[in-house]
Design a protein around this ligand. Structure first.
Ligand code: HEC
Length: 179
C-alpha cells in the first residue's frame, strides 16, 4: 500500500495517480479542436452545412427549371431582374463582348447597346437571337455555341439591364429608333 491518498472499497484500492501526459494531451487537443471546429462550422463558409447545401441545391434546381422555360420576351425580361443572372452576364460581357461593345456597352467596333437605336430590334428575344447567332458578315460572331444556353441567357439579361441607360459619349446611333 502506498502513502498516496486512496480509498478502499470491498478490498479494491483506488489509487490517485497523476494522469499520464499523453492522456491529458489528447484531452486538451480534443477541447481545442472542438472549439475550433465549432467556430469554423458556424462562422465561416469553409465547411458545407446542411443549410448551405439545401440553399445550393435549391439554387441549382431553380436554374434547371429556368433553363427549361422556352425563351420568350417575358422570361428574358424576368431574368434581367434577377441580380445573380445579370451579374453572371456582366462577367461574360466584360470578358468577351467588351472588345467590340466596350465594358459599359457604349459601343466601339460594335454598336452602342445603351442608346435607343437598334439595328436588329430591341425586344429581349431580338437581343437573345443577336447574341446566339450573331451577324457573321457584319463582324458579330455567333456566341451561342461557345457560351452555351445558360451564359447566353445571362449575358442577354445583362444587355437588357443596360438598355436605355444612354451612357454619355457613347458610339453614334446605328439602326432605328425603338419605341
Ligand atoms: C468582334 C466584335 C464583337 C464582339 C466580340 C461582340 N460583338 Fe456584338 N456586335 C458586333 C457588331 C459589328 C455588331 C453590329 C452587327 C450589324 O451591323 O448587323 C454587333 C451587334 C450586336 C447586337 C445587336 C445590336 C443592334 O443594334 O441590333 C447585340 C445585342 C450584340 N452585338 C451583343 C453582343 C454581346 C452580348 C456580345 C458578347 C457575348 C457581343 N455582342 C460581342 C461586334 C461584336
Amino acid at each position: 500500500m502506498s502513502d498516496k491518498p486512496h480509498a478502499v472499497f470491498d478490498g479494491i484500492e483506488e489509487e490517485d495517480n497523476r494522469l499520464p501526459a499523453w492522456w491529458l494531451a489528447i484531452l486538451f487537443i480534443t477541447i481545442v479542436f472542438g472549439f475550433g471546429y465549432w467556430f469554423v462550422y458556424h462562422s465561416t463558409t469553409l465547411l458545407e452545412t446542411p443549410n448551405r447545401e439545401f440553399a445550393r441545391l435549391a439554387d441549382e434546381q431553380k436554374k434547371k427549371l429556368a433553363l427549361q422555360d422556352p425563351i420568350s420576351d417575358a422570361s428574358l425580361q424576368a431574368l434581367a431582374h434577377d441580380p445573380h443572372a445579370v451579374a453572371e452576364g456582366q462577367k461574360v460581357f466584360t470578358t468577351i463582348c467588351v472588345a467590340c461593345h466596350k465594358a459599359d456597352g457604349s459601343g466601339n467596333v460594335g454598336p452602342n447597346l445603351t442608346d435607343r437605336y437598334w439595328i436588329h430590334g430591341n425586344k429581349p428575344t431580338n437581343l437573345y437571337q443577336a447574341v446566339m447567332t450573331g451577324f457573321q458578315d457584319k463582324g458579330m460572331p455567333p456566341w451561342g455555341p461557345q457560351l452555351g444556353p445558360e451564359r447566353t441567357r445571362d449575358v442577354t439579361a445583362f444587355v437588357i439591364s443596360i438598355q436605355n441607360t444612354n451612357v454619355p459619349n457613347g458610339k453614334a446611333p446605328q439602326g432605328d429608333l425603338a419605341e
